[in-house]
Design a protein. Structure first.
Lengths: 579, 598
């Protein structure tokens, strides 16, 4: 949490002034009982009307000054807190965008999104409340005690006893209940899971006739929740009665002491009334303070989670070579004994992969789910760094390039078609900032998207909703392909990105890509044998290992796994029919 | 025009009020069981409030016994001290008991409501489940029920004690001095007014803030989920610039909302101090003229302090109450949904089926305007495999829904072994089928619990044998706790293919009379599929099976292939016959191989 406070730096003035003005307001509040005591002891006793009026005017003045300082304090606090929140969000967003994918994967996108939204909001609120209350509440509590001392030493000792006892009760109950509330939450999570499962799995549960079992489980969990809730309720329900009794014991003590001291002529009745007033001020502020502390602990926990993200430094160093130059070498991509582990102690996602892709070739990559196909192509634009071995692009290790230059020359279409809110044209311009309508037209044509785009209202000006919700899977895929083509890349990677297209469109797409410039090196990742069949070289992956390399004909001759894949899609007799 | 609108509005309001009253009635029905606690709570609340208000009066009287040096009436003071001690003890106990009563009533009512809601979920027709987002139903059971508990019952007691406090304070003040009471009553509404003014102003600011937050969350979602794309296209700087623009906008709006909303407390505090001062000035002059004692003035000052508090609270409580009623209404809406039509009283419960399935003149549609299945007829002999193919939306999955009686046919009937499925219990019908769907579903629990779901008494050897056939034994054994490893919700730790294999194993172990496979292998790669095909073949042996698949290679061995289009069977026969017919099926089959020749 502490390191986040740096982001309050720009609001130093506000962060200091807000509590000061708050304290100012509190001190005016503390003067009020004394003024009232004067009204009683001087004004009423001497029957001095003008004096009473004067004192009441002072009270109103105190109120107005208090209001003004409080408003000032609230403004400064709000300004500092929102400024702080804004800054943290900016830094956090920037940092996350700089993360390597292993780092993003480690946190998980859902976590990162929560950190950026609700966690930051919590911390922002925490800062706001802290600036406003953290000094005020203790100040009022101890101020009341201090003022009591100014009235009468002996009577003030009652405060010295009452305050700590009250504090112990208030904080004690909170400390006891916090872990219990967590238990309640855990129970609530259980019934939440139960509810969701019974919705998502309604068909299976009813097919197996498990409704009664599920009901029993839910009822039991719900009962446990009820019991846990009532248990906490019993304890936290003690808070009000106990504090009430304590404060009033204090009151009784003051009345007794007051009676004795008045009888001795040491105190006046006005002063006793002032003491009683101070006593009642304490309770309200102590409870506020306790609530504030809970809120601050919560905010601090959120702050720690944000800190975890910020502590994570982007761990990929940029190289020196500005751009990929195609004339450097005839070899577009070379893997030299490459292994990849996503986490240090995890198993290999890729193991000892070596191959050479020449300029202008089409490379097919095939294998089952989880065989490492995506991992392999993700290494080319340096989304991840190889754990061992070297990945070279046009003669240089990818780590020697500046990431920007390297990625400028690579068009990659990911498995998950990701589009952004905006028009089709906006999305296409991701590939080329100053792309002309002609560029777009060409890209759409190659990606087989032209027909459906021209049928959309507004065509390339057609608005895409968040995550491309208003397009079908196949439409999204074709658009992401067009976006990559807009870049006019030297290396084009299609990571299983035509899976939603029918076989005919898929074939047309591959043909159109072949007709692009000669130097274009293409990687096609697919589960479909038909999609890679005509590649210049096919890489066959199985459980992270390269188990076959060659053309379709070669592999059909001597590669068992490739044959298995092929025949699982084209049954033997069918294949024979055609030959 | 205008008057029409107004009429509409007022009738809408009346409707709303009626609905609220209806909802409240239902709430009280749930409370009914715990009536005792409700009444006890109310009585205890009255005791607490009255005694709490009595103490300042006693304190004032005590002050009046302390006239000055040597003139203190100790006897009177002691008497008051004892009275105070007794009354605070009673108050403390009463308050605690009140809290306990409220607790018990609140949590039990919510528990009962949740139980009813869940029981309803178990019997909801699929028509409802399929047409409502899960999250929405879930939030009715969880969040709405919680809100209801916090808001309605807590709000109710707060409202009640608030009102008693106000009335009580008024009585006590009137009993001491009516004129000063008037002063207090005249000024306090100001506090109400100010708080209302501020919250009305800030409402629109908060709305704006949450709008912009929504936009920003949208950007965050997109850009973190699409981070690979952002990197691949070197868009980092542009994306950050876009984000900052919204971020700064949010800062401005947030500042306004936070600041203006935080004015409520200082402003009401200021009004309170005005009340306090007015009581002081009026009380002091009354004291001079001898109409008020100093002690009474002191009581008055503390009454003035607490009189405004319930007012501020009540305005908050009312909105919370309304919110709570709305939440309760949403939960009740779910509870009052129609359940599936119950099984007939004389429904039969066949233990086993031979598998003679007959569909006679079936009509079905999800929505009346859109006919889906019409005049559908089919006869399946025991042990036959029926494959259903056709383009998306042709009614393949719908047919499965009808066979399992997830939906009921609109006309015609389905029978198994000569018994209409409407005449048997759903339980026995569904038990007759083993079903594997495209969407894999695992429950949170151990792997063992999941795969033996349909047959909990299966022996260990048998279980492992089937697991081996389904190619899950190897990877399960690699898990830290083997078959007792925990599957988190939806089995996120497993790959899609592994999840599907687990679901297949689950059905194999339950040894059903008939089988339904709805796109069961579409998420498994073709090579693995080929491997478990053998297991499937074994499973289907001698069992009537219905198979929906889009990969045509997987259904070539079926006895009957139904080609469906727009709810009708357009072709029917085995693979060979359909290929020879060179019709729709032939074209569909050939299109898989188109890619090869290019």
């Amino acid at each position: 949490m502490k390191s986040l406070l740096v982001y309050l730096k720009d609001y130093k003035k506000e962060s200091i002034l807000a509590p000061i003005f708050k304290m100012l307001e509190a001190s005016f509040e503390l003067i009020v009982p004394l003024v009232m005591a004067a009204v009683i002891d001087v004004g009423i006793k001497n029957e001095d009307g003008p004096y009473i009026v004067k004192m009441c005017l002072i009270l109103i003045l105190l109120g107005i000054v208090g209001l003004m300082s409080s408003v000032t304090a609230q403004y400064f606090a709000a300004k500092a807190a929102t400024g702080f929140g804004t800054k943290v969000r900016h830094v956090l967003f920037k940092r996350i965008q700089e993360f390597t994918f292993s780092q993003t994967d480690r946190f998980g996108t859902d976590t990162l999104i929560t950190r950026m939204t609700s966690d930051v909001n919590q911390v922002q609120n925490g800062v706001n409340m802290t600036l406003r209350l953290f000094l005020r509440s203790p100040f009022v509590v101890f101020g009341a005690m201090f003022m009591a001392f100014s009235v009468d030493f002996k009577a003030a000792l009652i405060f010295v006893v009452t305050i700590p006892v009250l504090a112990i009760v208030v904080f004690g109950i909170m400390l006891i209940t916090i872990p219990l509330y967590k238990k309640v939450q855990a129970n609530l999570d259980k019934i939440m899971t139960g509810t969701r499962e019974n919705l998502t799995g309604a068909r299976v549960i009813r097919a197996f006739g498990k409704e009664k079992d599920e009901e029993r489980t839910f009822l039991a969990n719900n009962e446990a929740l009820d019991t846990a809730q009532r248990f906490v309720g019993r304890i936290s329900g003690l808070m009000n009665p106990l504090t009430y009794i304590l404060i009033n014991l204090g009151t009784v003590a003051i009345i007794y002491q007051g009676a004795v001291r008045i009888n001795l002529g040491i105190l006046t009745s006005g002063q006793v009334i002032a003491l009683l007033n101070y006593m009642s001020q304490i309770l309200v502020e102590l409870i506020k303070l306790a609530n504030l502390i809970i809120q601050i602990t919560k905010a601090a926990a959120c702050g720690d989670r944000i800190e975890d993200v910020l502590k994570e430094k982007p761990n990929m160093k940029d190289g020196n070579i500005e751009n990929v130059s195609v004339d450097n070498s005839d070899v577009a991509v070379e893997f030299d004994n490459v292994s990849l582990r996503y986490e240090e102690n995890a198993g290999c996602a890729l193991e000892n992969i070596s191959f050479v892709a020449k300029k202008g070739q089409t490379i097919g990559i095939i294998g089952g789910t989880g065989s490492g196909k995506s991992s392999l192509v993700n290494l080319i634009p340096r989304f991840y760094d190889a754990s061992e071995g070297q990945v070279k692009v046009y003669g240089n290790d990818v780590r020697e390039y500046k990431a920007r230059g390297l990625r400028d020359s690579i068009g990659i279409v990911l498995q998950k078609a990701e589009l952004f809110k905006g028009t089709i044209a906006d999305n296409l311009r991701w590939g080329k900032e100053d792309g002309t309508p002609e560029d777009m037209d060409k890209a759409l044509e190659i990606s087989q998207a032209k027909e459906y785009v021209s049928n959309k209202p507004g065509q390339t000006e057609y608005g895409i909703e968040q995550n491309g919700r208003n397009l079908s899977g196949g439409q999204k895929q074709r658009l992401t392909i067009a976006r990559a083509i807009m870049k006019d890349p030297e290396i084009l990677i299609l990571d299983d990105s035509a899976s939603a297209l029918d076989f005919a469109t898929d074939a047309k797409l591959r043909m159109a890509i072949r007709s692009m410039k000669d130097s274009l090196t293409t990687f096609i990742v697919s589960q479909r044998a038909a999609s890679v069949q005509y590649a210049d070289m096919i890489l066959v992956l199985d459980e992270g290992k390269l188990v076959g390399k060659g053309t379709h004909d070669q592999l059909m001759k001597d590669n068992e796994i490739y044959q298995e894949i092929y025949y699982s899609q084209f049954p033997k007799e069918e294949a024979n029919d055609e030959q | 025009m205008m008057s029409n609108n107004q009429k509409n509005n007022s009738s809408q309001n009346r409707n709303k009020n009626n609905n609220q009253r209806e909802t409240l009635k239902k709430v009280f029905k749930y409370i009914g069981k715990y009536k005792f606690y409700l009444y006890a709570s109310l009585v205890l609340a009255v005791i607490t409030v009255v005694l709490t208000l009595y103490v300042p009066k006693l304190t004032g009287e005590a002050v009046d016994y302390m006239i000055g040096k040597g003139k203190v009436d100790f006897k009177g003071v002691y008497k008051i001290i004892t009275t105070i001690l007794v009354s605070i003890s009673i108050t403390g106990v009463a308050q605690w008991l009140m809290n306990l009563c409220n607790n018990k009533m609140t949590y039990h009512v919510v528990r009962d409501i949740r139980n009813d809601a869940f029981k309803k979920i178990e019997t909801l027709p699929f028509k409802y489940i399929d047409s409502h987002p899960y999250g929405e139903i879930e939030s009715r059971v969880i969040a709405d029920a919680d809100q209801f508990a916090d808001g309605l019952l807590m709000g109710f007691t707060q409202l009640f004690t608030g009102v008693i406090t106000i009335l009580g304070t008024l009585c006590f003040m009137l009993s001491v001095n009516p004129i000063i009471t008037l002063v207090v009553v005249a000024i306090t509404p100001l506090s109400f007014f100010v708080a209302g003014f501020i919250s009305k102003r800030t409402f629109s600011m908060f709305k704006k803030q949450s709008e912009i937050r929504g936009v920003q969350t949208g950007i965050i979602n997109e850009m973190i989920e699409g981070q690979k794309v952002v990197k691949a296209f070197n868009r980092k700087d542009i994306v950050i610039a876009d984000f900052d623009e919204v971020n700064e906008e949010l800062q401005k709006v947030s500042l306004r909302a936070t600041f203006f909303s935080s004015l409520t407390n200082p402003s009401t505090r200021f009004i309170n101090s005005l009340v306090y001062t007015s009581v002081g000035i009026a009380g002091a002059f009354a004291a001079i003229s001898g109409r008020l004692t100093v002690g009474s003035l002191s009581s008055f000052l503390s009454y003035a302090n607490q009189y405004t508090k319930p007012f501020n609270e009540i305005s908050g409580v009312v909105t919370e109450l309304q919110n709570a009623i709305a939440c309760a209404a949403r939960v009740f809406e779910l509870i009052e949904e129609d359940s599936e039509i119950p099984d007939k009283a004389d429904a039969v419960e066949p233990e086993k089926f031979e598998g003679h399935v007959e569909l006679n003149d079936i009509d079905f549609s999800y929505v009346p305007e859109q006919r889906l299945i019409e005049n559908f007829n089919l006869k399946v002999k025991p042990g036959q495999n029926v494959a259903i193919v056709g383009p998306t939306g042709c009614g393949k999955t719908t047919l499965i829904n009808l066979l399992m009686r997830f939906y009921d046919v609109t006309a015609g009937h389905i029978s198994i072994d000569g018994i209409k499925i409407k005449d048997m219990t759903r339980h026995s019908l569904r038990n007759g089928y083993g079903m594997v769907l495209q969407e894999t579903w695992l429950k949170s629990g151990t792997i063992r619990e999941n795969i033996t779901m349909g047959n909990p008494d299966i022996s260990e050897e048998e279980m492992i044998k089937i697991a081996k056939i389904c190619h899950i034994d190897t990877f399960i054994k690699r898990l830290p706790d083997g078959y007792d490893s925990y599957v988190s919700e939806n089995g996120e730790d497993f790959s899609q293919g592994q999840r599907q294999l687990l679901c297949i194993a689950r059905v194999m172990m339950s040894k059903p009379s008939m089988l339904i496979l709805d796109e069961a292998t579409s998420s498994i790669d073709t090579r693995t599929e080929l491997k478990i095909q053998e297991a499937f073949d074994k499973l289907m042996e001698g069992r009537t099976s219905f198979i929906v698949a889009h990969r045509l290679s997987t259904i070539r061995n079926a006895d009957i292939i139904l080609v469906m289009k727009d709810g009708h069977i357009i072709e029917k026969g085995n693979h060979k016959a359909l290929m020879e017919a060179k019709g729709f099926y032939y074209n569909l089959y050939q299109s898989q191989f188109m890619g090869r020749s290019i």
